[in-house]
Ligand binder design. Structure first.
Ligand SMILES: Cc1ncc(COP(=O)(O)O)c(C=O)c1O
Length: 495
C-alpha cells in the first residue's frame, strides 16, 4: 500500500515546521490533560482507539490528528522543562534520526547497512578515545563496543558479559550455578536491580554500598561489602559504579573503585548513562578519572546530548567478549563466506533487528564538532552553578536538599517563618506539610503549563530536582523557574 505522496509531503512539512519553530518562553511547556480529555480531542480527526474494522483516514484528518499530538505533548525543548535528565532534542540529531528511519535498515549486517556499520565503528572509536578505552587497531577489527537501546539494556548486557567471563558455560548450561553478588551504591540507578532480576541473579544479589553525603560511593565500604559477601554464600561478580547519579549527579570515585575491583579481578561496569557526557568537556571530564580502567561503560547520548530517545552505547574494554557472549552465528544472516562478513555487528549483541541510532549522533557531532559538544555540557553545568549561587546569596527561600556540583541541584522551598532554621531540625508536622507541598506545586505548574520540574524524596522529604540539559535555557529562565516555585509554593502553603 503506497501512501499518497501529498499526505507524506504535508506531514513532513508540518513536523518540519514544528522542529524549526523556535519555542518561546511565552509558550506553554505543556497542556495537561486527563486521559478522557485527550481521547475526546482526537474524536473529530482520527480517534486514538481502534475500531474492530478501522477505516483509512484522509490527509486532512491525519494532519488534524498530528496537530492534536503536538498540542498535548510536553515541549521538552522548552526552557522551563527541567524535569528529567533529558531535554531537547537537538534538531540536527532529529534529522539524523529521520535519515536512519527513511533509509530503514538494520544495523545487523554490513550488506544492508554499509555506511551505518562504518559510522558505528567511527563513533565508537571516538567515544573510546574520550574514555581512554583500548581502540581497534584497524578499521576492520572489532570496534570497542556496541550501540544498544538505552542505559538499562546496556547494563543488562554488561552484567551478562561479567557473568560470562566468570563462567563461560552460563550461555549453554544456563544460570544454575552459584549465587553471585553485584555491588552498586545506594544512589545507583534501579536498572541494576532490574537487570539482576532478568538475568536470574535475583535482586537479592544486588548489594547496596553506602555513599558519602554527596551520593558518591564510598570505596572503603565497597571493599568491606565485597569481603563480607562470601560469608553470605555469594561470589562477588561485578561492581556497578555510577558516573552521574540520577538524583544528585554524584560521580563515584572511579580510580579508587578500580583499585578495589582490580585487586579482586571483579568486573567494573561504569554506569555513565547520565554523566558519561562529561567526557565531552575538557573542563568536566576529570569527574570520570579512572574510567579507562573499567571493563565496560554505558553512555546515553539521549540524555545530556539531546539525541532522540534512544541513543546509547556500551563500551567494552575487550570487545571480542561481545561475540563470545552473544553470537549465535545464524547462517541465514551472518554467512561467513560473504563479502566483508567480519564487519557484521549483529552477533555482538542480543538484538537481531537494530535501529541505526548512530546516524543521529554522527550527524549531530559532525555538525557541532567537539567544541560544540563540550559547550553544551559546560552550559548545563554553568546553569546549575547559577542556581546554586542564587540559593547561596538568597534570603533563605530555598535550601539545598542536595547541592550537587554537576548539572542538577535539589532544592527545598522553606516557608517564611522557618528560613533561618536548619532543615534537618524542622519539626515533624512542618516536614509533613513540606513533603506534600512539592506534588501540589507540580500540579499547579501542570495546570497552568508554566514549567515542568521534577520532585522526589531525599531523606524522606520531597524536594524539587532541577536538571539542566537544554542549551536553550538561560540564566533568566533559571531565575524564572525559581520564581515560579516560590510563587506556587507560597500560594499552596497559605491555602
Ligand atoms: C544513572 C542512570 N543510569 C541508567 C539509567 C537508565 O538509562 P535508560 O533510561 O537509557 O535505560 C538512567 C536513566 O535515567 C540513569 O539516570
Amino acid at each position: 500500500v503506497i501512501p499518497d505522496p501529498d499526505l507524506v509531503a504535508r506531514l513532513v512539512a508540518r513536523v518540519g515546521d514544528h522542529l524549526l519553530a523556535p519555542v518561546r518562553s511565552s509558550d506553554p511547556v505543556l497542556r495537561y490533560g486527563a486521559p478522557d480529555s485527550i481521547r475526546a480531542s482526537f474524536a473529530d480527526s482520527v480517534p486514538l482507539d481502534f475500531l474492530d474494522t478501522e477505516p483509512a483516514h484522509d490527509a486532512d484528518e491525519l494532519l488534524a490528528a498530528t496537530e492534536a499530538v503536538m498540542a498535548w505533548s510536553v515541549a521538552t525543548n522548552h526552557p522551563r522543562f527541567v524535569n528529567q535528565n533529558f531535554a531537547g532534542p537537538d534538531p540536527v540529531g532529529v534529522i539524523g534520526d529521520w535519515l536512519g528511519a527513511a533509509l530503514n535498515t538494520t544495523g545487523a549486517t554490513y550488506e544492508v547497512a554499509p555506511v551505518f556499520t562504518l559510522m558505528e565503528h567511527a563513533v565508537l572509536d571516538k567515544l573510546a578515545r574520550l574514555a581512554g578505552f583500548p581502540r581497534a587497531a584497524t578499521p576492520d577489527d572489532v570496534p570497542p563496543g556496541m550501540f544498544c537501546p538505552g542505559g538499562s539494556v546496556g547494563l543488562l548486557f554488561a552484567l551478562q558479559l561479567a557473568r560470562h567471563r566468570h563462567d563461560p558455560a552460563v550461555t549453554t548450561r544456563g544460570a544454575t550455578g552459584g549465587r553471585y553478588a553485584v555491588f552498586v551504591s545506594t544512589s545507583g540507578h534501579y536498572s541494576t536491580r532490574k537487570a539482576a532480576a532478568l538475568l536470574g541473579l535475583g535482586t537479592d544479589a544486588v548489594i547496596s554500598v553506602p555513599t558519602d553525603p554527596t551520593g558518591a560511593m564510598d570505596p572503603g565500604a565497597l571493599a568491606a561489602a565485597i569481603e563480607a559477601a562470601p560469608a553470605d554464600g555469594r561470589t562477588p561478580l561485578a561492581v556497578v559504579a555510577t558516573a552521574g547519579t540520577t538524583v544528585t549527579g554524584a560521580f563515584d570515585p572511579l580510580d579508587d573503585i578500580a583499585a578495589v575491583t582490580g585487586a579482586r579481578d571483579l568486573w567494573l561496569h561504569v554506569d555513565g548513562a547520565y554523566g558519561g557526557s562529561a567526557l565531552f568537556s575538557p573542563r568536566q571530564r576529570s569527574r570520570l578519572r579512572g574510567i579507562a580502567q573499567a571493563d565496560s561503560m554505558v553512555w546515553d547520548l539521549h540524555k545530556m546530548m539531546g539525541m532522540t530517545q534512544q541513543c546509547s552505547v556500551l563500551l567494552v574494554r575487550d570487545p571480542t567478549r561481545l561475540d563470545q557472549c552473544f553470537a549465535e552465528n545464524a547462517d541465514y544472516l551472518f554467512q561467513p563466506d560473504k563479502r566483508n562478513a567480519s564487519l557484521d555487528a549483529g552477533d555482538r549483541t542480543f538484538q537481531c533487528g537494530r535501529r541505526t541510532d548512530v546516524a543521529k549522533l554522527w550527524l549531530s557531532w559532525k555538525a557541532h564538532g567537539d567544541s560544540g559538544f563540550a559547550a553544551r555540557v559546560d552550559h548545563a553545568v554553568a546553569l546549575a552553578d547559577h542556581v546554586r549561587a542564587r540559593v547561596d546569596d538568597g534570603d533563605g527561600t530555598f535550601a539545598f536538599a542536595s547541592r550537587g556540583d554537576f548539572t542538577n541541584t535539589c532544592l527545598l522551598w522553606i516557608p517564611p517563618g522557618s528560613r533561618a532554621t536548619d532543615t534537618a531540625s524542622l519539626p515533624r508536622d512542618l516536614r509533613d506539610r513540606l513533603h506534600a507541598l512539592a506534588p501540589a506545586v507540580k500540579a499547579r505548574m501542570q495546570d497552568e503549563g508554566t514549567a515542568m520540574i521534577g520532585y522526589q524524596p531525599l531523606d524522606g522529604l520531597n524536594c524539587f530536582r532541577l536538571l539542566f540539559m537544554n542549551p536553550r535555557v538561560t540564566a533568566d529562565d533559571a531565575d524564572t523557574l525559581l520564581g515560579l516555585i516560590d510563587r506556587y509554593a507560597s500560594e499552596v502553603w497559605a491555602s
